[in-house]
Design a protein around this ligand. Structure first.
Ligand SMILES: C[S@@+](CC[C@H](N)C(=O)[O-])C[C@H]1O[C@@H](n2cnc3c(N)ncnc32)[C@H](O)[C@@H]1O
Length: 206
């Protein structure tokens, strides 16, 4: 029994059916609240369920709801303290680790097969993806740049790469059947529906 309206519940079910549980985004110490919020919004649009993030400052990472437009409610945000351990664990579970890395030796981001279980790592606005993550990565990718400026804004780069992953997965029919089990979908749906009702019931200003 859910307290949300039937139409809204159906929308949540449709979205959950398209969530790609084996395509994870790992955000390595992105500091700017606008960048992080824009990344969350893109994750929701592409069908990412899990966004892992490492944040080195001793406070909660700020989220700008004017930028996420609510997307932060539909993407599961997991804060990570021991980033290499977490990525090694995912590697042991069969995920390939694909790090963005601005080097001439990096491969074109379109040459990776994103239909495989994949973690895409994007990095800090100044220092990029940390060296220890680059070292354990299976692939180091770059979006080719032909301008005077050497890099893209991190949220833009994330969008470009995630949409290539979406393109490949759509072509492979991966949005046509759920990647989550019935039990997993049921559990997330309960959480989403509950939080949706609670948020709507909160008095203005809270
Ligand atoms: C502003 S860049 C960081 C620049 C930093 N000096 C470096 O060398 O990585 C911030 C993040 O955006 C992403 N990014 C920006 N431009 C990119 C590109 N051309 N290819 C791949 N990722 C890119 C990467 O995730 C990068 O860590």
């Amino acid at each position: 029994m859910y307290l949300v309206q039937e139409k809204r519940l159906k929308r949540m079910v449709d979205v959950l059916n398209k969530r790609q549980k084996d395509l994870i985004l790992f955000v390595d110490d992105v500091k700017n609240e606008h960048n992080f919020s824009a990344i969350i919004r893109t994750c929701d649009a592409v069908g990412i369920l899990y966004l892992y993030y490492y944040y080195s400052l001793n406070r909660e990472i700020p989220i700008n709801e004017g930028i996420t437009m609510g997307a932060h409610k539909w993407v599961l945000l997991e804060k990570v303290n021991h980033k290499v351990e977490v990525l090694e664990e995912l590697k042991n579970k069969g995920f390939q680790i694909v790090s963005t890395f601005l080097s001439e030796k990096s491969i074109d981001f379109r040459s990776v097969d994103y239909t495989k279980p994949t973690v895409i790592v994007v990095g800090n606005e100044m220092s990029g993806v940390s060296e220890e993550i680059v070292d354990i990565s299976d692939y180091q990718i770059i979006i080719p740049m032909y301008g005077m400026v050497q890099s893209l804004n991190v949220s833009v780069a994330t969008g470009v790469i995630l949409y290539e992953a979406q393109r490949q997965r759509k072509k492979a029919g991966m949005y046509e059947k759920p990647s989550l089990s019935e039990e997993e979908r049921e559990e997330i749906l309960r959480k989403w529906a509950f939080e949706d009702v609670i948020k709507q019931k909160k008095p203005e200003g809270e």
